[in-house]
Design a protein around this ligand. Structure first.
Ligand SMILES: [Zn+2]
Length: 385
């Protein structure tokens, strides 16, 4: 395919980068956070509110959309953008991470991953080529290669074998991607789709280096770092990120998959990352765990029962502008669906505001001051005790 993807670097501040990338469905300012829209929707949020909170791109999960409602059905609806009514850019994962998470319900071979659906037990084989075809039918703006996701901890031998298989799969994915225009069996929903490679190698830096060198030699529109934020110590994640970024080309976006906490975003931008996705803001919101500029809040805590203050006085979201902690606690304890909606809106706003402040700080070359202040505000600390 002839990708219309283009990445432009505007400025740097230390290793932090301020840029933008162009896709067939619009421009994304980087560093960017991508809310996770697993089933074609960010859980408990309307697209309108996700967009108004500042999201320029969302993520869709190939595994879930392939099983239900099916990539061919979505292609017949004109592709994922038209089907779900999100007009902005979309990134799809390859489905690999979900399949590897199925544990006893899957078998990995050189050909691909054989797995059993969590919905109805039906058997499927996801090969690298098939992961490319499915994402071509979905028509996302950025497709990811199929990689093997290693669990943590893993031995060096296991990490090496897994990384080398991921490199072979990446090559097969790229070959298939370039063949697609001539492939009559695949309805390509978005001819301008880009494809990102994924660096693996666990926590072994020499394996990460080898993976980065071989993956960049294949040549992709952007590069992700996969297999981190899976339980390793946070300093290890930062160290591997920093070293791996140094092997990646400066003129392509770098995407740290699955990270993380607000502190992880700031610390990873400081090491040269441009893109993030994580279920944390939305999943935690539905569990009553809220991020604020002064620290974390568990809204079900009794101390908020008669607390008339907004969740976060510094936040401009609808929940903070209209409701008290006492009311949000009541909604949560009553099991009202609006609890999930308001909490999700707030956490997404917090994440996306953080990204905006990161981008401004890099542009003004004040990122390090911002970073120190952000970490001092101790948003990882709980306000509940
Ligand atoms: Zn808010």
């Amino acid at each position: 395919m002839e990708s219309s993807f283009r990445f432009t670097l505007h400025s740097t501040d230390g290793a932090a980068r301020r840029g933008e990338f162009h896709t067939p469905h619009g421009v994304v300012q980087t560093p960017a956070f991508m809310p996770v829209g697993t089933q074609g929707t960010v859980k408990a949020a309307l697209h309108r509110d996700v967009r108004d909170a500042g999201a320029e791109i969302i993520l869709g999960n190939t595994y879930h959309l392939f099983l239900r409602p099916g990539d061919e059905l979505i292609a017949r609806r004109g592709g994922l953008h038209r089907f779900i009514g999100w007009t902005g850019p979309i990134l799809t994962d390859s489905g690999g991470f979900q399949i590897f998470s199925l544990a006893e319900r899957r078998v990995i071979r050189e050909e691909g991953a054989e797995f059993q659906s969590h919905l109805d037990g039906s058997r499927h084989v996801l090969t690298p080529e098939r992961a490319v075809d499915i994402q071509a039918r979905l028509g996302s703006d950025i497709a990811m290669v199929l990689d093997e996701c290693l669990s943590y901890p893993a031995s060096r031998d296991d990490a090496a074998a897994s990384m080398q298989r991921s490199v072979r799969w990446a090559r097969r994915c790229r070959d298939r991607f370039t063949e697609l225009p001539a492939e009559p069996d695949v309805q390509v929903s978005n001819p301008g789709q880009a494809q990102f490679g994924i660096v693996q190698g666990g926590v072994f830096q020499d394996l990460r280096n080898e993976s980065a060198d071989e993956t960049t030699a294949i040549g992709f529109e952007g590069y992700a770092i996969g297999g981190l934020s899976v339980g390793e110590p946070v300093e290890m994640m930062y160290g591997v990120t920093e070293q791996t970024v140094s092997r990646l080309p400066v003129d392509r976006p770098r995407y740290l998959m699955g990270a993380g906490t607000p502190e992880d975003l700031v610390e990873s931008v400081a090491r040269g990352i441009d893109m993030f996705d994580c279920v944390m803001p939305t999943r935690n919101a539905r569990n009553g765990q809220l991020f604020t500029s002064a620290g974390r809040i568990n809204i079900k805590n009794a101390r908020y029962a008669e607390d008339d203050r907004p969740l976060d006085p510094a936040c401009g979201c609808y929940a903070c502008q209209h409701h008290s902690r006492a009311y949000l606690r009541h909604l949560y304890l009553a099991g009202e669906m609006t609890a999930g909606a308001l909490n999700t809106l707030h956490n997404l706003t917090f994440y996306l505001d953080t990204m905006r402040r990161i981008r401004d700080a890099i542009a003004f070359r004040t990122f390090d001051t911002f970073r120190q202040g952000f970490l001092r505000s101790a948003s990882r600390l709980s306000l509940d005790s």
